[in-house]
Design a protein. Structure first.
Length: 99
């Protein structure tokens, strides 16, 4: 009898955990979609209305310089940029995370 009660508790916990994990997976999928959509764009529009190019010559925070898309992985630190700054108004825009 005790084995049967344990199996019901395990089944109930599995059902509750499945819903939470499904919501978490959907949130991560949306984040990845936003990141990859931005990774395909050559530029973004700033709050001031000017176009901020994502393709060019970039310097990583580690000091490594590279040419290409801003969302390219740094070969030294294996990191991706998390912000981009508008050269017209100076506003810094947070980019979506790759996770």
């Amino acid at each position: 009898m005790a084995g049967m009660n344990t199996s019901w508790i395990d089944a109930a916990l599995f059902i509750l955990a499945s819903r939470i994990l499904a919501v978490h997976a959907a949130r991560r999928a949306l984040q990845r979609y936003r990141f990859f959509r931005l990774a395909m764009e050559p530029a973004i529009i700033c709050e001031c209305g000017s176009e901020v190019s994502l393709v060019g010559f970039w310097k990583c925070s580690c000091g490594f310089c590279y040419r290409g898309h801003l969302l390219r992985v740094c070969p030294v630190w294996a990191r991706i940029a998390c912000v981009v700054r508008c050269y017209r108004c100076g506003v810094t825009t947070k980019l979506p995370e790759a996770s």
